[in-house]
Design a protein around this ligand. Sequence first.
Ligand code: CA
Length: 245
Amino acid sequence: MKRRILLVEDEQDIAELVALHLDDLCDEVVIASDGYEGMRLAKFQDWSLIILDLRLPGPDGLEICRSVRRERAYQPILMLTSKSAELDRVLGLETGADDYLTKPFSVLELVARVRAIFRRVENMQRAPKAEQQAPTTIDTGSMTIDPARREVKLNGQFVELTAREFDLLEHFARHPGHVFRRADLLDKVWGYGHEGYEHTVNSHINRLRAKIERNPSKPEMIVTVWGVGYKFSGSHVSNSRPHSL
Ligand code: CA
């Protein structure tokens, strides 16, 4: 599959610098220099990754992200923000970006993120073909997680998750009772253990809780272990074949 990246960025020098560095990693980088063009390209073409600047002339990065998410929950989206105060909205349930970088960012850091995203997406696409290692369905009683179809059912109802929310939930459910630090989760689920980005984990945990917990403010499945991290509390998990991620 061709790797195509859409970069929506109105600052021309940043856009060109980023495109130059991403060139080796992919087949095509398309730059949209305002929100109108960005929205049109993001919605009506297929992309391996969409990189969205938050502040744009026309529809902003949040609007584009929300709009794409409504149609393609699985689309990998990386957001560029200028203030950490904006993070709650960028990573929130409604917007649902997978990842972010705060400006000014290092281009090498961006390249590392993009590489991790491609690695993950391509592993996911390859996985079902290797029948020997086909991951088993996880059944916790109230919830089933089917990694081959990438579907989650809770009390018989499908739960719509982004790719990263799915990966995170699967990782937890494969290791019930195990306490993960935020840095562990960044490393295992995002593919990099960069310090300072633990907020991404917190936000994704909140998003997952909003979708799967009976009462998200009193979580019973993804439990906070104070001062350490999180664990999946699945006392009745049946997981017939162990599978490490
Ligand atoms: Ca901008």
